[in-house]
Design a protein around this ligand. Structure first.
Ligand code: SF4
Length: 345
C-alpha cells in the first residue's frame, strides 16, 4: 500500500495557452464534482491517505471554486494548504476571490511575466494577459497578499527584461521587503520543448539586469548561473559514460494528473502519450497503479531500463550551448528517446 496518492483532476482546463506550458496542450473539458468523488474513492483502497484537487492547470478557474475547495477538503484525508497560485482570469473578474484566498491564509501569490505587454500577451496566448497581471498585482496588494514575480526567459525575450524592471518600478513592488522575483528557464517539456531552439546559452546570461539577478539569487539561495544549470555540451560530457538509469517509480507518495477524459499520468513531466497509464473509468485504479509501479508505460520503461549514457548517444546535441538543470535535461532526453522509439515501432 502507498503512503499517499494525490489525484489532480483537470476539471476546468485553463483560459491561457502559454507557449512555455510544461503541461502541453491538454484536452479541454468539464469534469463534475461526481468525477472528483469517483477519483477519490477509486484510489482510496490503495493508499494510507488520499488527497484530491480539482485542478492541475489554473487553480480556481471555475465559478464554483469555493464549493470545489470544500469538496476537495471533504474528500481528502490530508489537505495541503492552498498553493501560492491563483486564477489570474478570476482575480480580475471576481471581487470576492482574492479576499477568499486571504481568508484561507494565502499570504503570497506567484504571477508570471515574459517581458512587456505584447510579449507577455503572446506567451500567455491571449490578448489582455499583461494588463490582467498588472491589475491582479494591484488587487493582491489591496488584499494584503504579496506578489512573487516569476519570469521565464529565453533568447527571444531576454531583451525585454528591462520591461520587467519597469513593471516592478511602476507598481512600487520593490518597496515591500517581502516582495520576491526570479527569472528561470522552465523545464523543456510540453509546450516549452518547442522553445528548445531559443533556450538561453551562457552568452546571454550576462544580459540579465543586475536587479533581476539579485532578486533571483535571493529567492533561489544560489548564484544565477547555478539556477540556469549547465550547457547541454557539459551535461553530455558528464552523462555519456554513465551506466545508471534515471530511475523508475518509487512507492511512498505519488501524484497523478488526470485529464478531462480521465486519462491518468504520473506527475513527472508533460502528460504526453508515452506516459499515459490508462483511463480511470475504463481501466480502473488498480490496473493503473500496477502499471505505474511496474514502470510499464513506454517512457517509464526508458527511465527504469535505459542507461543515461545511451540517452545521450541517441538524442543529445553534444555541441549545444543551451542551458539546462540536470533533471530537466534528463527528462528532455527521455521524452526525445520515447518519441524516437514510437516512431520506429
Ligand atoms: S502555464 Fe499555467 S496558465 Fe499557462 S497554459 Fe499552462 S496551466 Fe495554463
Amino acid at each position: 500500500m502507498l503512503d499517499k496518492i494525490i489525484a489532480c483532476l483537470d476539471m476546468a482546463g485553463c483560459p491561457s495557452r502559454c507557449l512555455h506550458c510544461w503541461l502541453g496542450r491538454m484536452p479541454s473539458g468539464s469534469l463534475t464534482p461526481e468525477d472528483l468523488r469517483f477519483a477519490a474513492e477509486a484510489f482510496r483502497p490503495y493508499a494510507q491517505k488520499i488527497e484530491v484537487t480539482s485542478w492541475c492547470r489554473e487553480p480556481d478557474y471555475r465559478a464554483d471554486y469555493r464549493a470545489l475547495w470544500e469538496l476537495e477538503t471533504a474528500l481528502s484525508d490530508e489537505k495541503t494548504p492552498h498553493f501560492e497560485l491563483m486564477s489570474l482570469w478570476r482575480a480580475v473578474r471576481d471581487e470576492a476571490y482574492l479576499p477568499w484566498l486571504r481568508e484561507l491564509g494565502v499570504k503570497r501569490i506567484q504571477v508570471t511575466l515574459f517581458g512587456g505587454r505584447q510579449t507577455t500577451d503572446r506567451y500567455y496566448g491571449r490578448a489582455g494577459a499583461y494588463d490582467e497581471v498588472r491589475r491582479a498585482v494591484a488587487l493582491m496588494r489591496e488584499n494584503g497578499i504579496v506578489p512573487r514575480l516569476q519570469v521565464f526567459v529565453n533568447q527571444e525575450n531576454i531583451g525585454e527584461m528591462p520591461a520587467v524592471e519597469d513593471f516592478v518600478r511602476e507598481l512600487g513592488l520593490a518597496d515591500d521587503p517581502n516582495f520576491r522575483a526570479f527569472v528561470h528557464l522552465g523545464s523543456c517539456d510540453g509546450e516549452n520543448e518547442k522553445l528548445y531552439a531559443v533556450r538561453l546559452t551562457p552568452r546571454e546570461v550576462e544580459r540579465i539586469p543586475p536587479s533581476l539577478r539579485a532578486w533571483t539569487e535571493q529567492y533561489m539561495g544560489k548564484p544565477l548561473e547555478a539556477v540556469f544549470g549547465q550547457t547541454e555540451a557539459e551535461l553530455c560530457r558528464e552523462l555519456e559514460g554513465r551506466g545508471e538509469v534515471y530511475g523508475g517509480a518509487k512507492g511512498g507518495s505519488v501524484v497523478f494528473n488526470i485529464d478531462a477524459r480521465m486519462d491518468v499520468y504520473p506527475n513527472w513531466t508533460a502528460p504526453a502519450p508515452q506516459w499515459r497509464l490508462g483511463n480511470l473509468l475504463r481501466d480502473g485504479a488498480e490496473a493503473i497503479l500496477a502499471r505505474y509501479l511496474a514502470d510499464e508505460t513506454p517512457a517509464q520503461r526508458i527511465c527504469a531500463r535505459v542507461a543515461q549514457g545511451e540517452l545521450v548517444r541517441a538524442c543529445a546535441d553534444r555541441q549545444s550551448q543551451r542551458l539546462f538543470t540536470m533533471d530537466d535535461y534528463l527528462l528532455y532526453l527521455i521524452n526525445q528517446y520515447a518519441r524516437r522509439q514510437s516512431a520506429l515501432g
